[in-house]
Ligand binder design. Structure first.
Ligand code: HEC
Ligand code: HEC
Length: 235
């Protein structure tokens, strides 16, 4: 790691608790779009849904196959901690490393990894897509433990404040109960099952939907919303 990277890394570490306030408007929107690509790139780009199982998906995991195995989040986790995070166990257990160490790294390092033979994304996404993804990995990582208690999965947020945000920003599409649209599980259930996923969805938006991304606001806003979601009906 060179000197410039060390300085960037220190800057990044000291800002993770405060969302992305230190980045330019262009960078924040690139990071949010990168987060959606990390979630489900083929939905964002409109590419054909992959049908095969990704060649880097380990044979030890037979619980997932097909397009799910092509999403960055499936191998590296919603918390970007891979085998050391929430996917240390369960149906997405792969043993694959996380990307935490790349916060503050150069974009080119992430881009060359995505284009290597393990990943095989070369030609599947545009240079803009790769840049957005790299910005998300090198500049957009959230220190999840500041917003979610890993053991209890409870958000470290203010429920009453979260209710104000939710009712004014989210309820129009998701109803006051969090039970709309009908083709998704209730937000009360999702937020308790996988709070790391929900923080990413709140911060970056939902791929190919008109849902807003809250990344430009202080990270605490997302934590407060998550805390309120966890009080909503689970069914
Ligand atoms: C099917 C599983 C799988 C998917 C999907 C996947 N990766 Fe990886 N990734 C790996 C594996 C395995 C490694 C470790 C390779 C090694 O150790 O040589 C890795 C390593 C990396 C690295 C290098 C990490 C380091 O510490 O140097 C980066 C960056 C990366 N992946 C980014 C991504 C991004 C961004 C996406 C989505 C566009 C993605 N990966 C999707 C399996 C996957
Ligand atoms: C303009 C409408 C709109 C707004 C506003 C909106 N959403 Fe969404 N949201 C959607 C749609 C549409 C989906 C995708 C539903 C589906 O997959 O069936 C979605 C999906 C989600 C998901 C992912 C569900 C899943 O299983 O993938 C979460 C979490 C979520 N929204 C939370 C929120 C929160 C919290 C807010 C407020 C900060 C919000 N949304 C604001 C329209 C909206």
């Amino acid at each position: 790691m060179n000197k410039k990277n060390i300085i960037l890394l220190l800057a990044a570490v000291s800002f993770t608790g405060f969302s992305q306030m230190s980045y330019s408007a262009e960078e924040v929107s690139s990071i949010a779009r990168g987060g959606q690509l990390y979630d489900k790139w083929f939905k964002v780009t409109g590419a054909k849904k992959p049908e095969n199982t990704h060649s880097a998906w380990p044979g030890s995991n037979t619980r997932k196959k097909g397009n799910a195995t092509h999403r960055c989040k499936s191998c590296h986790g919603w918390d970007l901690m891979g085998k050391d995070g929430a996917y240390a166990a369960g149906s997405y257990k792969t043993g694959i490393k996380g990307l935490k160490n790349l916060m503050g790294a150069s974009n080119s390092k992430v881009i060359s990894a995505m284009k290597d033979s393990t990943h095989g994304y070369s030609g599947k996404m545009s240079e803009e897509d790769f840049t957005d993804l790299a910005n998300f990995v090198t500049k957009g990582q959230i220190d999840m433990d500041t917003v979610i208690d890993r053991k209890s999965k409870m958000a470290r947020g203010d429920i009453a404040q979260g209710e104000r945000y939710y009712n004014t920003v989210c309820a129009k599409c998701h109803a006051k109960t969090g039970k709309e649209p009908k083709d998704m599980a209730p937000l009360g259930k999702l937020s308790n099952d996988n709070p790391w996923e929900i923080i990413q969805k709140i911060q970056n938006g939902q791929p190919d939907e008109k849902m807003p991304a809250m990344r430009a606001f202080d990270l605490q806003v997302s934590a407060d919303i998550l805390a309120y979601l966890q009080t909503l009906p689970k069914e």
